[in-house]
Every structure is written in C-alpha cells, then in structure tokens.
Design a protein around this ligand. Sequence first.
Ligand code: FES
Length: 200
Amino acid sequence: MREMTDNVDRSKRRLLIAATTAAGGVAAAGAGAPFVLSLMPSERAKAAGAPVEVDIGAIEPGTMINVEWQGKPVWILRRTQEMLDLLAKHDDELADPTSEVPQQPDYCNNSTRSIKPEVLVVLGVCTHLGCSPTFRPEVAPADLGANWAGGWFCPCHGSRFDLAARVFKGVPAPTNLIIPPHKYLSDTRLLIGDDSKGDA
Ligand code: FES
C-alpha cells in the first residue's frame, strides 16, 4: 500500500514539473517577442554606438527634439524659412562661417550644415568643455542682445552658436558643433550614426 502511494506521489510530481516547465517556456517566449519584433538595439549595443533610428515627422517647424546616440545628446531641429533666412546675415560674426574645420561629413559641408536645409542634426556637446548648450531660438532676447538671431547658448563660459551650430567669434568654444553621420531612410525616418549607402 505504501509503495502504491509513493508511485502516485512520484507521478503527480512529474506532472507538476512538466506543467511548470511548459509555462516557463511560454513566458520566456512571450518576454522575448517584443524585443525581437521591435528590432531595437539593446541598451548595451546603443551605448557601444549602434545607429539610432528616429521618426522626425512630428517635429514642428521652429522646434527641436533631443535623442541619445553613443551616450551623447543629438539635437534634431526643424528650421523655419525665417530661421534659414537669418543664417546668412551674420557670417562676419562667426569663427568658421563656411565650415573649413571638418566638424561635419562632406554631405553637410554647405551653408545650412545639413542634408535638407530645414532639418539640422547636430551633436549637442559644446566644443569647449563638453557642456550641453541651451536652445535659445528667440530673436533678440534681452539677455543675449539685439543681434541674437536664434541659436544655442552654453551656460559654462558663454559660448554661442547660431542655428546652423556655427560658433561665434570671441567665445571659449574653438569650433562649430559636430554634425554626426546620418542619413534618411524615408522622408520622416532618420538614421543617426550610419551614413553608408544602400539599404539600412
Ligand atoms: S563648455 Fe561650453 S562654454 Fe564651456
């Protein structure tokens, strides 16, 4: 009688173990699916420099978004026509108005430092000591002066950059801000960190 009870107990236990294993398998597959389907790089891969895909379709003219790539901020600014017009009016106040210093890929070595004139993609890291400058798009605010036509102001020691991220003369930052490699996957999808030709 005792032996029969043991056999029943053992088979119940086997059944329980089998059921638990099956449930665990389903849970693991369920947890893994969203990650695989979204094709998002892992946090570790991102930190190591994986390209970052960004939907820029919802950025309103005159505003910017901030995304992270290689642990650094990347700003994506959608410039208005008025902002673009103002860019041409203060070249004589800039340290490197025509981007002689190679702080940008060749395809951004133009008057707007961008692939599309209206969309600026730039590393938000001051070339002085690495602070992240503050976005100041307004024209002639009291604290920045009547000549200010919009740009970025670095709180560390007062470096100034225009809306093409070009540095002004006479400030601590030695060069224009860096434009990272990037390319368009479609009208609204941007890939930061990869500018290779062909499919993404
Ligand atoms: S880090 Fe920008 S002015 Fe010093």
